[in-house]
Design a protein around this ligand. Structure first.
Ligand SMILES: [Zn+2]
Ligand SMILES: [Zn+2]
Length: 151
């Protein structure tokens, strides 16, 4: 019996894709305020208990979906979380509306889940994952330093 083709992606894999083992303190992954700017269509903002502030656009979050399917697709295409798919070269450019969730809800006390308007909803965005993919200048600079590649 062959197990080839079956791959297990545990919930921490998405976080490991970005910055391997940067230790995060408990307060660094505890959100104090979470704002999902649904009606504005802007994105997600989190104020963390350690005073840090993070913001992501919905388009970025959709491309950083931490579900097993999306992680596998990004890995195959060599994309980082949040990096959009390359536009197909042999097709006429088509207008696609920017990704947006129809709704969002908390998963227990550890994560957020988005119901994207494209029908996808499998990604559980844990606070730890979100903090690790913080897009503020300070964090993206630290990530560049760590990996040696521009973000
Ligand atoms: Zn996904
Ligand atoms: Zn940050």
């Amino acid at each position: 019996m062959s197990h080839e083709g079956i791959r297990f992606v545990d919930k921490d894999t998405a976080a490991r894709q970005t910055e391997a083992d940067r230790p995060l303190s408990r307060i660094a992954v505890t959100p104090e305020k979470v704002r999902v700017l649904l009606s504005e269509g802007k994105g997600l903002e989190i104020d963390w208990a350690d005073g840090h502030h993070s913001a992501w656009t919905f388009a970025w979050l959709r491309e950083a979906c931490p579900c097993a399917t999306c992680i596998e697709e990004r890995t195959q295409q060599g994309r980082k979380p949040g990096q959009p798919k390359p536009a197909p070269a042999n097709l006429l450019p088509m207008y696609t509306p920017p990704p947006k969730p129809g709704s969002a809800h908390a998963v227990g006390r550890y994560a957020l889940q988005f119901n994207w308007l494209d029908g996808h909803s499998g990604g559980i965005y844990s606070w730890e994952y979100l903090r690790r993919v913080c897009q503020c200048r300070e964090c993206t600079f630290a990530a560049e330093e760590a990996t040696g590649t521009p973000n």
